[in-house]
Design a protein around this ligand. Structure first.
Ligand code: EPU
Length: 331
């Protein structure tokens, strides 16, 4: 029995009717059919589920379910999934570690793919280079570098994402971002074609890599420098101390807004006196103004309302148009 039929059965057991409309023109039974259709094309270890709740897979812990959720067990399964989604005109979305994500309360149409299987978790050190699969956690990558006495990736220690998500966002901290240390990157396009780019062929800016809007990062090779393990550890500890003193630990999606040119969104929100403002169970952190904390049971709409309040105040009081950093799914 495959995963999609398992999911279908449990939903029926829960009293969800297969004829229920999940979206206008898309019934629950359409989704079961689509899931079994897709599962037939994929290797048996690939997970395909219908109506998979996404909130628990994000650090903010809000939002509804994905129509279809796929964890490809092989790179070829990812290619098949992309081709199938293209053929059926279904949107496709990549879920990293869900650390920079706001999922709609109504859920997400199309296919949500997670690269959390072993095929995307390789980590290989060769001299001063580290090759990492897209599913690897940044924490594991930076720890691996430390253990090998390799410097350069310390700033990634506290970013709660995966390599793939960090590349997509050109994630950064401590004045550096991930494309500062990328030597090359392999991607897959929507037709399943793999391509490898050298760093000088990739354009990346502040929290942005245009190439990865259409293509999906599969792996990257990072440049490091030999150093003493103690020195690397010291740098990581200093970064962790700085992060712990300036950022909250509750459920959040990290910084919600990009910093405006030459300024800090967190400082601006603080100066506007918005810390502690709440909508439902979503609250602007008292520790850092650019973080929204889910105090338990917040909806995506609560978070959106709070973001709108911040943008309105920044616009009206300071003439600043805050750009949203957090990735939105289904919104
Ligand atoms: N500040 C305040 N009040 C606040 C928040 C900040 O006065 O509520 C002040 C700080 O004291 C500091 C300045 O604003 O003088 C900048 O703050 P911080 O050092 O925390 O940096 P940031 O610009 O707010 C950026 C990234 C973070 C990253 C940190 C640390 C963005 C949007 N944010 O924050 O990235 O962790 O630097 O390097 O670029 C993320 O992208 O999700 C993220 C958390």
């Amino acid at each position: 029995m495959n995963q999609s039929s398992l999911s279908a059965r449990s939903l029926t057991d829960q009293g969800v009717s297969a004829t229920t409309e999940r979206h206008p023109g898309v019934s629950v039974s359409d989704l079961y059919t689509a899931a079994s259709d897709l599962q037939r094309l994929l290797s048996k270890d690939t997970l395909v589920r219908t109506m998979e709740p996404l909130g628990p897979k994000t650090t903010l812990k809000v939002g509804g379910a994905a129509d279809l959720y796929v964890v490809p067990s092989q790179v070829e399964d990812l290619a098949e999934t992309l081709a199938w989604a293209g053929k059926h005109s279904m949107p496709i979305h990549l879920l990293g570690r869900g650390s920079n994500l706001l999922v709609s309360d109504e859920g997400v149409r199309g296919v949500v793919v997670s690269l959390a299987s072993q095929a995307f978790l390789d980590l290989e050190v060769k001299g001063e280079q580290i090759r990492s699969g897209a599913g690897v956690r940044l924490k594991r990558l930076s720890e691996q570098a430390r253990q090998q006495g390799l410097a350069g990736l310390e700033f990634l220690e506290g970013i709660p994402g995966s390599v793939g998500g960090a590349l997509r966002m050109n994630a950064g901290a401590m004045g550096q971002w991930i494309f500062d240390v990328v030597l090359q990157m392999t991607t897959m396009d929507r037709s399943g074609q793999l391509r490898t780019y050298r760093a000088d062929q990739i354009t990346a800016g502040y929290r942005h890599c245009p190439l990865l809007i259409e293509e999906i990062a599969i792996e990257a090779t990072f440049r490091t420098l030999h150093a003493s393990e103690i020195q690397v550890k010291k740098t990581m500890e200093a970064y962790a101390t700085q992060r712990r003193s300036s950022q909250p630990i509750g459920s959040s999606a990290g910084c919600m807004f990009k910093n405006p040119e030459g300024g800090s969104a967190g400082k601006l929100i603080d100066e506007l006196g918005l810390k502690g403002q709440r909508m439902g169970q979503a609250v602007i952190s008292e520790i850092h103004g650019n973080f929204i904390i889910n105090q338990g049971g917040a909806s995506a709409q609560d978070v959106l309302n709070l973001m709108e309040l911040v943008r309105k105040r920044a616009r009206e009081d300071r003439g600043v148009e805050l750009e949203i950093e957090v990735q939105r799914l289904g919104l």
